[in-house]
Design a binder for this molecule. Structure first.
Ligand code: ASP
Length: 586
């Protein structure tokens, strides 16, 4: 037997027992007569003691061991005089009687401690050492828990996990495909799935009724902290359901996960129309942990700022305000800094106007020249601003101003520390537009994917006013992060063909690309719909970290490289010949 116990479980209750442990040398301290070693395994750390007076040879041997050596020891569990109550094993130590070095170790390139001195790339290159560190290990265990509770929930709800193929043909999720050349079909390529979308719909035609899969998906996109070229989805599809059924069921899944994994009770989720999210928060995934809803001082519906001789407002399509509570104390310097922030090309605003409500209730603004106290009071009233509050105003073209104000709102949320990491506000965003116009290509694209059903009452507008058609689609947003999205699908061949037509496919192109699906729809497709959650992202949200990388055992870097195994890499010309591929000089 390699070990009788783990390094995380021995306590005073075991005092006097003879035990055998195995693990890695975390650190050692040589105090002359005594040598201490912290022995680490997945479960924790146990202190080992070697006493010169008791066994000099063993003590000499222990002194020579380096960090990360793999050891097996036998000894007696004893009460410690110098207790460490921060760890479960901190009241005991092992007086070692036998020591075996199972393997030596080179000096690790960074310290294997909770806080390490290793940079990102170095840690990824030696990921197997990084995973020895508690914070990384714990994130992988959290991921496992999330997976376990997802599977048990789905199983209890009668879902069947079905695996779908990885070598397929392009799926239309709007990103670029990864392609795999086929040796047996020279000149032809498989695509890796961006999602199992078409397969899960075919499983509904096949009568599976409730499908799910913890599935790897692949999208060849430029990477950011919250994206990886391969990622995992909780992918689901159901038959004979309506939007309401899906919202209820998956709201319960997420609440179940919060309860089981974090012990947090999530109240019934809020719901918001896409149009309202854009109008009041400037984005389709509002962070509702704090309020700061936009107030339209001037819009199509309302105008309390024009006609005072201030040309900037007079000429603006939209004038938006937010109320930063208790921020009237902001100094000139802070306001100048915010002004520069909104002028940054990423926001592209020409300036920032502010009004602060003084302690005596009077309002002082940066445009006092144009607006008297009565008018400024009207602004304060519209914004529900009270003494001590700061009103921030942006104006310009509608979409641009909304987007910039959405960014400013989040920035103020950060600066005023309103985005509490221990608070979770979950929201459904509903009724997305079905289509998006692409000015460059001069054509409509599906906002979600081309199998999403329009709202039944909007079908008629498909040809007359496609931009006004809303989809029967929904996203789940938690703390400003889109964690999942899905839709009720089209299950009628004629409607599906019609949509392909609006998307600019000729009948032949549609047949070539999606003939298999259109065909299947001839054989009794049930009404169906589904959803997919970004599993890595959900894990990072539960774990409280910005980066999904931390929750992936072996992630890729920002250039899509695995720096540990050094992939992707070149292949030799023989292999390329076999695939019938000739490389241009790159
Ligand atoms: N296949 C979609 C996606 O990956 C999700 C869905 O519509 O179920 O975003």
């Amino acid at each position: 037997m390699y070990r009788t116990n783990t390094c995380g479980e021995l306590t005073l209750a075991n005092a006097g027992q003879t035990v055998t442990l195995a693990g890695w040398l975390q650190k050692s301290r040589d105090l002359g007569g005594l040598t201490f070693i912290d022995l680490r395994d997945r479960y924790g750390i146990t202190q080992l003691t070697f006493n010169m007076d008791v066994n000099a040879a063993l003590c000499e041997q222990a002194r020579k061991l380096g960090r990360e050596f793999v050891l097996q020891i036998t000894g007696t569990v004893c009460e410690r005089s110098n207790k460490n109550l921060k760890i479960p094993t901190g009241e005991i130590e092992i007086n070692v009687t036998e020591l075996k070095v199972l393997n030596a170790a080179a000096t690790p390139p960074f310290t294997i401690e909770d806080e390490t001195d290793g940079g990102d790339e170095l840690r990824m290159k030696y990921r197997y050492l990084d995973i020895r560190r508690n914070p990384v290990k714990e994130k992988l265990i959290l991921r496992h828990e999330m997976m376990k509770y997802t599977r048990s929930f789905m199983d209890a709800e009668n879902f069947v996990e079905v695996e779908t193929p990885v070598l397929i043909k392009s799926t239309p999720e709007g990103a670029r495909d990864f392609l795999v050349p086929s040796r047996m079909n020279p000149g032809q390529f498989y695509a890796l799935p961006q999602s199992p979308q078409t397969f899960k719909q075919l499983l509904m035609v096949a009568g599976m009724d409730r499908y799910f899969q913890m599935v790897k998906c692949f999208r060849d996109e430029d990477l950011r902290a919250d994206r990886q070229p391969e990622f995992t989805q909780i992918d689901c599809e159901m038959s004979f359901i309506e939007q309401e059924d899906i919202l209820n069921l998956f709201e319960n899944l997420v609440r179940h996960l919060f309860k089981k994994v974090k012990g947090v009770d999530i109240p019934e989720m809020m719901r918001m129309q896409y149009a309202d999210a854009m109008r009041y928060y400037g984005c389709d995934k509002p962070d509702l942990r704090f309020d700061m809803k936009f107030v339209e001082l001037k819009s199509e519906a309302n105008d309390i700022v024009s006609g005072a001789g201030f040309g900037v407002f007079d000429n603006a399509e939209l004038v938006l305000a937010i109320n930063a509570k208790n921020a009237a104390v902001y100094t000139r310097k802070q306001l100048d800094e915010l002004t520069e922030w909104v002028k940054d090309p990423r926001r592209g605003m020409s300036g920032l106007i502010y009004a602060r409500v003084e302690n005596d209730g009077t309002v002082k603004s940066s445009v006092d020249k144009f607006y008297d106290q009565e008018k400024l009071q009207a602004w304060a009233k519209a914004c529900n601003a009270e003494a001590g509050d700061l009103i921030l105003i942006l104006c310009g073209a509608t979409n641009k101003t909304r987007k910039a104000m959405g960014d400013l709102r989040l920035e103020m949320g950060n600066r005023l520390q309103l985005r509490d990491p221990n608070k979770y506000i979950c929201l459904w965003v509903l009724d997305f537009p079905l289509l998006e116009w692409n000015e460059e290509d001069k054509r409509w694209y599906a906002m979600h994917h081309p199998f999403t059903s329009p709202l039944p009452e909007h079908i008629e507008m498909l040809h007359t006013n496609p931009g006004a058609v809303n989809a029967n689609a929904y996203d789940m947003v938690i703390n400003g992060v889109e964690v999942g999205g899905g839709s009720i699908r089209i299950h009628d061949r004629t409607l599906q063909s019609k949509l392909f037509e609006v998307l600019g496919f000729t009948a032949d192109e549609a047949k070539e690309k999606f003939g298999f699906l259109l065909n299947a729809f001839e054989y009794g497709a049930p009404p169906h719909g589904g959803i997919a959650f970004g599993f890595d992202r959900l894990c990072s949200l539960f774990g409280g970290s910005e980066s999904i990388r931390d929750y992936i055992a072996f992630p890729k870097n920002n250039s899509g490289r695995d720096v540990m195994i050094d992939a992707p890499g070149p292949v030799n010309s023989k292999e390329l010949d076999m695939l019938g591929i000739k490389l241009a000089n790159i």
